[in-house]
Design a protein around this ligand. Structure first.
Ligand SMILES: Nc1ncnc2c1ncn2[C@@H]1O[C@H](COP(=O)(O)OP(=O)(O)OP(=O)(O)O)[C@@H](O)[C@H]1O
Ligand SMILES: [Mg+2]
Length: 401
């Protein structure tokens, strides 16, 4: 057995559990040297050094996104590890790599293979432990009730899962859980080894207090009990290996929000608002709460922004328009996009079929896919530019003597 196996497994476990950034040197395989000369890993990496990850604005080599290089005579195969499952710049990266590496003397063909490795991000507070195996945690919040948090959380989770990510959805609205109905799941979860096994719906691992209690029961919790419940959802659920855990919050800035921001290093919060002033004022309160507790705000989503008449296509801005974008600009946070009013969203919400799953080709589903992309890219940028400490560097063993 490879003697380094033990340490590699140890580091891999640490990386998964704590989101440690483990640096690895690219693995180079030389099947056959190119005709007429030597070609080293350094020469290949130097040739492609100017190719950047456009969303992050830094070189692929510097970001250690090229884990493997294969040299086979006059053919070069580069493996690129994308930072997010939805990589809008994939074709640009491929083209630029082909041009840059194609200029190496002796190389005639350049092939690029893509993999995805979502990296861990998080505010990294010293007193908050990450959830085992979960790389990114996204809180979906708003100051106001009924603006579409649960709808956005459910569709965001399904859109990320459809893009190929491993996704979980935690219903942290312990007062009025909507996720069981919206995701079409109501079974009682199993307990394995003292941990609750989340249910599966539309490719997403789901957990909600609604799975454990009578749906008609009024849920009244005192503050300390809320903290205890949320802590159990984070630690006593078998989330296992997740790229993203989307967390649907109750409205406002109360016990649930406080517990979450204290217990885990949230990657960030997405603030949902509708376009009218009365909702925007509350959205700003939500946004400020996250900023006060040093949790990054990933951005603002404007929901219910306009209704397109099914007969003539005329868009009527029922709740006004542009409020989300204006608020984002005024508070210096990204505007992630908008979602129109669409009766199929409400129908899907009531019947357990999020529109992203039920009508994947609709313009509304595409709006959610666009939001998922914006969130994933933003998190990838955070993870790549703010690697969490401590950083461990893995070197290839050099022969001694
Ligand atoms: N863009 C939309 N078009 C049509 N209906 C929508 C849209 N967004 C949300 N809805 C509907 O509005 C209602 C409220 O949405 P949702 O439950 O997601 O809001 P919420 O912010 O989570 O509410 P709460 O604060 O009570 O948790 C639901 O019936 C949902 O299906
Ligand atoms: Mg809700």
């Amino acid at each position: 057995m490879d003697p380094s196996w033990g340490i590699v497994r140890y580091l891999k476990e640490k990386e998964e559990r704590f989101g440690l950034h483990v640096e690895k040197e690219p693995i180079v395989t030389i099947t056959q040297p190119p005709i007429g000369g030597e070609l080293t890993k350094e020469r290949v990496l130097e040739a492609v050094a100017s190719v950047q990850e456009p969303a992050v604005g830094r070189s692929l080599v510097e970001l250690r996104m090229i884990p493997a290089v294969e040299i086979d005579g006059n053919r070069l195969v580069l493996t690129v590890e994308l930072l997010s499952p939805i990589a809008p710049y994939r074709d640009t990266i491929e083209q630029e790599l082909k041009t840059a590496a194609g200029a190496i003397p002796g190389i005639e063909t350049v092939d690029v293979t893509f993999l995805t490795r979502v990296r861990a991000s998080g505010s990294g507070k010293a007193d908050a432990d990450p959830i085992a195996g979960v790389r990114n945690t996204i809180a979906v919040a708003s100051g106001k009730g009924g603006v579409g948090k649960s709808t956005v959380a459910a569709n965001l989770a399904v859109a990320l899962s459809k893009a190929g990510a491993k996704v979980g959805l935690l219903d942290a609205d312990v007062y009025g859980p909507s996720i069981p109905l919206m995701m079409g799941q109501g079974a009682k979860p199993l307990v394995r080894g003292g941990k609750i096994v989340p249910l599966e719906a539309h490719g997403v691992k789901v957990m909600s207090i609604g799975f454990l209690l009578d749906p008609d029961k009024a849920l009244i919790w005192r503050g300390p009990l809320v903290a205890q419940l949320i802590t159990q959802f984070l630690n006593d659920v078998l989330w296992e290996d997740l790229d993203y855990l989307v967390i649907d919050l109750p409205p406002g800035t109360g016990d649930v929000q406080l517990t979450l921001t204290q217990k885990i290093p949230l990657s960030g919060a997405v603030i949902v608002t509708t376009p009218q002033e009365v909702a925007l004022a509350d959205a700003v309160k939500g946004l400020k709460m996250f900023q006060e507790v040093k949790t990054p705000v990933i951005g603002i989503i404007e929901n219910m922004s306009g209704f397109a008449c099914p007969c003539c296509g005329t868009v009527t801005p029922i709740f006004g328009e542009g409020g989300g974008k204006r608020t984002a600009a005024a508070h210096g946070v990204p505007f992630l996009g908008d979602v129109p009013i669409d009766p199929r969203i409400r129908e899907g919400g009531d019947t357990g079929s999020p529109i992203v799953a039920a009508f994947p080709d609709s313009a509304t589903a595409k709006a959610f896919a666009h939001l998922a992309e914006a969130v994933a890219v933003q998190l990838a940028r955070d993870a790549a530019t703010k690697p969490r400490k401590p950083m461990i560097k893995l070197m290839q063993a050099r022969p001694t003597g």
